[in-house]
Design a binder for this molecule. Sequence first.
Ligand SMILES: Nc1ncnc2c1ncn2[C@@H]1O[C@H](COP(=O)(O)OP(=O)(O)OP(=O)(O)O)[C@@H](O)[C@H]1O
Ligand SMILES: [Mg+2]
Length: 279
Amino acid sequence: MGKKIPHGISITICNHKGGSGKTTTACNLAAGLARLDFKTLLIDVDPQSNATITFLDRTLIDIHLGHAFLGFQSQNGQFMRHPFANAIYETAVPNLDLAASNLSLSKLNRIIDSSDIIELYYAVKDARLEYDFIIIDTPPNLGPLLDMALLASNYYIIPIEAAFYPLEGVSDLDETIGKIRRIHKENIQLLGALVTRFDQRTKICGQAYSTVVETFKDAAFETVIRNNTKLVTAPALNQSIYDHAPTSYGAEDYTQFVKETLARLKIAVDGRNLMLVNS
Ligand SMILES: Nc1ncnc2c1ncn2[C@@H]1O[C@H](COP(=O)(O)OP(=O)(O)OP(=O)(O)O)[C@@H](O)[C@H]1O
Ligand SMILES: [Mg+2]
């Protein structure tokens, strides 16, 4: 399968509020792009490894990002690191590969050396030559793993749970983005804020959606991800929502979200860059 986009696009999915739908969004955005024939790499930098175990059998993962970023002691006692590429696995979804996480990555949160933070930036730079899209799932906290992901990204998407105080902590994320732009001179851009786990029967969800639209204006995705239990059961069967329950609300909403993401990037489904075509 040939590459469709000349320079792969990297997108971090982030919100340090736990349970906001980051992993569900990262997995189904990545699988949705892969289904459209875009060669896609999903990178899991969350030590919880939820994206990893959504698509891979944990027992088959011998090399992971902990080996690439933290290194390890070899059998003859030497300290070694695996190249990033060794932590990449094919998934059962055609066109979708995954860079596997491991609990050991949480140790990276205690390492403040900026040379480690830049590792993913270089890895993604190389991956851009091979993949159309690189989607990065991040942990629910601020720290080096999030910095690492943002530094390696062209864009970021903030999934926001339709709940009380939906924007709690989002200003801290703004500070982190500001720091990355200032220190590393990388112009990472907000691709949008996505309301998730929306239940149209409750007033709270409606209020949360209005708050997100008032705050983010045009950056709020028009697509809203409704509550759907199929999105909860799909990972347990190592499946994306499109394979697990293709006619569910979850599949419908994430299909719409993938389309809106491509439209925001001005990329047609066949990979043509509309911006270039129109200019
Ligand atoms: N639209 C939805 N409808 C129903 N359940 C959902 C929906 N989106 C996510 N969930 C469920 O909510 C929980 C949290 O979602 P998810 O793991 O995607 O969030 P997260 O932001 O990655 O969490 P963490 O901060 O722990 O990494 C999961 O059990 C997931 O299956
Ligand atoms: Mg998660």
